[in-house]
Design a protein around this ligand. Structure first.
Ligand code: ADP
Ligand code: MG
Length: 335
């Protein structure tokens, strides 16, 4: 239904010296779910405010299907925003909350009733028309907020960390529900989160926001296995970077001290005995996480982070160990 082009946006808030967004560009395909992942304070919510018209950019353009929306009133842009808290009207019933947008558009009460019913079925909460928001759990409230956002068939759905206040099982449930409903509607969506796992689970593509701009944009699996830049690799949970001449093993790429290689923590093995190509180190930290154990191992002045699933052996702080890189899993990083 809608392609979004965000072109060279710049935004500095009044009384702030540094820009929040700097020459920020991002394009989405029709019907696509793009996750925007960035640390707290990186400007994610600011971007959504610029799209909905709550804030204005200093320069740059935002286009829906090739036409600028900057001079269109916020409530006529066709972008709906859903927040961490559902902000339902507390004194209105679920039906009145969901039907609100249709009522404003002048729809008949029969149409509204039918549409609300359809939306309640879609979000998996049939029959709760009469309830008040205070009688809903956090997860139910977010489902109703989603129904309210989608009932008017918006061009663009913007989700600003909608699941971050929910506990894990409700959250997983809702991730699935949002994904299914988003596909069913085919609505172009930007999903803002600071949670890597959530971004990967939800999105067709992931955009990584750092220092006011997108540092990487790709399918989650590509970013996970082969992030190209140091910044993207760090975002994706990689924290072991080696010069060519620090590598204990020969890998395909020629060994050169100018090249930087990275490896995911699950591709580093820690063991008690030396073996071919292993390097000696000392365990400097060990965190038990149930499904896996995270180790930090100091090797000379370098620290290596490893993640071992189902460890046969546990190693403790200060223990001398040998570190083994799965050489075929090393990949080159471009500075
Ligand atoms: P995020 O959603 O990624 O956490 P925000 O877009 O909310 O980040 O904020 C980005 C930066 O802009 C932060 O440093 C924040 O303090 C600042 N900021 C946000 N809104 C305003 C505002 N209305 N006035 C001044 N500074 C703001
Ligand atoms: Mg935010």
């Amino acid at each position: 239904m809608t392609t979004i082009n965000i072109l060279s946006l710049n935004k500095t808030y009044l009384n702030q010296s540094a820009p929040v967004l700097k020459d920020f560009s991002l394009s989405t395909n029709d019907g696509e779910m793009v996750a925007l992942l960035g640390p707290s304070g990186s400007g994610k919510s600011t971007l959504l405010k610029l799209i909905t018209g709550i804030e204005r950019p200093d320069s740059g353009d935002i286009q829906f299907d090739g036409s600028s929306i900057l001079n269109i009133e916020p409530n006529k842009r066709g972008a709906v925003l859903m927040f961490q808290k559902s902000y339902l009207f507390p004194f209105l019933s679920v039906e009145e909350n969901i039907g609100f947008g249709l009522k404003v558009q002048g729809a008949s009460s029969e149409t509204i009733r039918a549409e609300v019913k359809r939306m309640l079925n879609l979000i998996g909460l049939p029959g709760i028309e009469r309830r008040k928001p205070g009688q809903l759990s956090g997860g139910e409230g977010q489902r109703v907020a989603l129904a309210r956002a989608l009932v008017t068939n918006p061009k663009l759905l913007l989700l600003d960390e909608p699941l971050s206040s929910l506990d894990t099982s409700v959250r997983m449930n809702l991730q699935e529900a949002i994904r299914t409903i988003q596909r069913e509607f085919g609505v172009t969506t930007i999903f803002v989160t600071h949670d890597l796992g959530e971004a990967m689970a939800m999105s067709d593509r992931m955009a990584l926001l750092l220092n006011g701009g997108i540092v990487a944009l790709d399918k989650p699996e590509n970013l996970f296995h082969r992030p190209r830049s140091l910044a993207a690799a760090r975002f994706m949970g990689v924290s072991t970077f080696l010069n060519g001449d620090q590598l204990p093993v020969k890998c395909e790429a020629s060994l050169s001290s100018e090249k930087i290689f990275a490896i995911r923590p699950e591709h580093i093995r820690i063991q008690k005995e030396a073996c071919k190509d292993s390097i000696q180190g000392v365990v400097s930290d060990c965190v038990f996480r149930g499904e896996y154990v995270e180790y930090q191992v100091a090797i000379d002045e370098m620290t290596v982070r490893a993640r071992m699933t189902m460890p046969a052996q546990m190693f403790s702080h200060g223990e001398q160990v040998y570190v083994n890189f799965q050489s075929e899993k090393l990949f080159e990083i471009h500075w």
